[in-house]
Design a protein around this ligand. Structure first.
Ligand SMILES: [Zn+2]
Ligand SMILES: [Zn+2]
Ligand SMILES: [Zn+2]
Ligand SMILES: [Zn+2]
Ligand SMILES: [Zn+2]
Length: 377
């Protein structure tokens, strides 16, 4: 584990990448031995988050974070629960106790699978693994695994469990969210059929909420899709204009680099939505999954810092349909030049059409954006 809670607001981090010796001497954190590129702060408005502990130049690797827990993606094709890697459907091995697919007997007895196997074996419902099913299809049952692995931390790694307890989960909102009944349904299923008296509903709900609020999805070389929870990364706030970039290796360790120069005390940010989605899509994801509205520099500027990234080009004149800052599909959007109007729904439909046409042509076979434009005109 790479960090330890000291109190509500301070985490001492085994910084794999710490700042210079000279800086360590003047560093104002009270945990000087563990001086690193970032420190944890807490404000009323932004909650717990990380800021730069010193000036950081673009490209610097500021952190290597190791996952507290790793598990399959929400919907996943065959993943071995013993080694978190892909299984060939033709040579699948079925666990003798829980009946979940694995790659071998060795994986049945692995340290990752053994404890959860005991819990999964309690499942006596119709939907359990082992019933005839098409092994080449993705299964939503994989959503259970990372939640169970987190619950197991309570006895396996009390320090990690403590850290997990302090993470954001929006548990109550998720339990009462009528638009997303899966949360309550999954919690209920785990409580009734798997963990029974060992865990309370609010603990299961918190853990699943923590995963949905903080876990990072990534793919291994075998293309198996996984999710992992990172102790330090979970404290990094969102911005649609992030100053950090993540990369995750096959063993799950995450390297975090600065993409731009960052000043001391500036907030460190990552994107929870990806940077190539329009304003309305970013805000929908952030509202529905993370329960907040983004007010970053990109989101509050109608031109998105002059990029007009979410503003549709007018086909009647050289103007733009300026992206409205209130997301309502029926709102009328005006061209900033000729006052022609469209609803946001019209704009989304147009975008879909263009996207389909773009997918049909070989973009990388063209030598310039102009050539692509000529072909779709
Ligand atoms: Zn320092
Ligand atoms: Zn395996
Ligand atoms: Zn098993
Ligand atoms: Zn934003
Ligand atoms: Zn116009």
């Amino acid at each position: 584990m790479s960090s330890t809670m000291v109190d509500d607001q301070h985490v001492v981090i085994d910084a794999s990448a710490s700042c210079s010796k000279e800086h360590q001497l003047e560093c104002d954190t009270q945990y000087q031995d563990h001086c690193s590129y970032y420190k944890l702060v807490h404000t009323e408005q932004l909650g717990r988050h990380l800021v730069a502990n010193c000036d950081i130049s673009a490209g610097t690797s500021i952190l290597i974070d190791h996952p507290l827990v790793v598990g399959p993606s929400v919907w996943a094709k065959l993943v071995c629960l013993g080694c978190n890697d892909a299984i060939d459907p033709l040579t699948v091995y079925v666990c003798s106790k829980c009946l979940w697919p694995l790659c071998s007997e060795k994986c049945e007895n692995s340290v990752i699978h053994k404890p959860e196997c005991e819990i999964l074996s309690k499942d006596s419902t119709e939907s359990r693994w082992g019933h005839p099913m098409d092994l080449t299809q993705e299964s939503p049952l994989y959503d259970l695994i990372i939640v169970i692995r987190c619950l197991l931390l309570r006895s396996q790694n009390p320090q990690a469990w403590k850290l997990l307890e302090t993470m954001v989960s929006h548990s109550e909102k998720r339990m009462s969210n009528k638009l997303d009944p899966h949360h309550k349904g999954t919690v209920e299923f785990i409580k009734r059929h798997l963990v029974k008296d060992d865990f309370e509903r609010n603990e299961i709900s918190h853990v699943r909420g923590v995963i949905y609020s903080n876990a990072i999805a990534y793919s291994r070389k075998s293309r198996v899709r996984l999710r992992a929870l990172y102790p330090v990364h979970s404290m990094i706030n969102h911005s649609c204009l992030p100053n950090l970039h993540l990369s995750i290796t096959d063993d799950g360790s995450m390297q975090v680099r600065a993409t731009v120069d960052i000043k001391k005390n500036e907030m460190l940010t990552d994107t929870y939505t990806g940077t190539v989605v329009p304003f309305w899509e970013r805000q929908n994801i952030l509202n529905d999954t993370y329960y907040f509205t983004c007010n970053c520099l990109l989101c509050i500027d109608p031109t998105e810092l002059g990029s007009y990234f979410s503003s549709h080009r007018c086909l009647k004149c050289p103007g733009f349909f300026m992206c409205p800052k209130i997301i309502n599909n029926e709102i009328n959007v005006l061209c900033n030049n000729c006052n022609d109007s469209k609803t946001l729904t019209n704009i989304k439909q147009d975008l879909d059409k263009w996207e389909t046409r773009l997918k049909l042509i070989d973009i990388f076979g063209k030598s310039s954006p102009h050539e692509v434009e000529m072909e779709i005109k």
